[in-house]
Ligand binder design. Sequence first.
Ligand SMILES: *Cc1c(COP(=O)(O)O)cnc(C)c1O
Length: 360
Amino acid sequence: MSRVYNFSAGPSMLPLEVLETARDEMLDYKGSGQSVMEMSHRSKVYDEIIKTAEADFRKLAGVPDNYKFLFLQGGASTQFAMIPMNLMKNKVADYIVTGQWAKKAWQEAGKFGTANKIASSEDKTFTYIPDVSDLPISENADYVYICQNNTIYGTRYKELPNTKGKVLVSDVSSMFLSEPMDVTKYGIVYGGVQKNVGPAGVTIVVIREDLITEDVLPGTPTMLKYKTHADSDSLYNTPPAYNIYVCGLVFKWLMKLGGLTEMQKINEKKAKILYDYLDSSKLFRGTVEPEYRSLMNVPFVTDSDELNKKFVDEAQKAGFVNLKGHRTVGGMRASIYNAMPEEGVRKLVEFMDRFEGENS
Ligand SMILES: *Cc1c(COP(=O)(O)O)cnc(C)c1O
């Protein structure tokens, strides 16, 4: 068996230990005589799996009792519609557009009401986060929306926006469980799990209870109401049962590691190794303003498209895969999520340093 270092932005690496446990339990989950893939989602044995996963997430992230925790489907992208459909009572919401995912969310919300773009960093191709300390928040805004870590551009908020009392909704897809979070600051905090938490097919939504109502936009489908899923503890219909089980294994892995404070230390150390190298390199450089650098997604370039391509090709051959930047940005991007070991980052930097020596 030979495993590569996968720097993909998502789906991405899972901890080896988690994959090994999933393998060991594949044919006979804890004496049940069946795989989790084959189980009824209404069985006692599965109920234990999903309840434990939720309880572990709550413990890890410190989710207060007045928040519901939901396992949903449809990816983070479905939330772009679900959020306005459920929250737009006044049909007004404010969006801070710091990248493509925030932009898509903003555009989608415009189908349901007035979606105001109250700040943006598009003028400099999303290489920074705008000042969010005193924005023109709409008086009747139902919520203020952000994407907290911008997967494609590699920026992150250092501080949350001053929403002037309005509900904050945050997409944390590419930083979920990478560091401690204060859930009380949000009305909704959500993300697709395929970046940092588990296999694609699950979206986790943490939502304050008072935001879950029957008072949704007319015509909202049953499956797109938070209330439907909250009332049935994420078991209204068949959930992605196996994927939720793997998420649960990842939560156990994080707890064993020492929780999110420990995870943050590891992530900061990994990111520093890569950024320090980029800052000292004469061939490669990072593309975003240093103070907004993401700990998870690290975009970088050389000054030559040809060298960029050569680097990606040679890296691939050496076992460092998916380093090509997003198709809209070009260059390179190393996504170094929770499951990327420090050794993977160190070896990447050694490889980059060698490439620099051979090509400058
Ligand atoms: C990947 C990503 C999405 C889209 O997720 P899907 O699950 O593919 O819909 C949305 N937001 C952010 C920040 C992402 O990184």
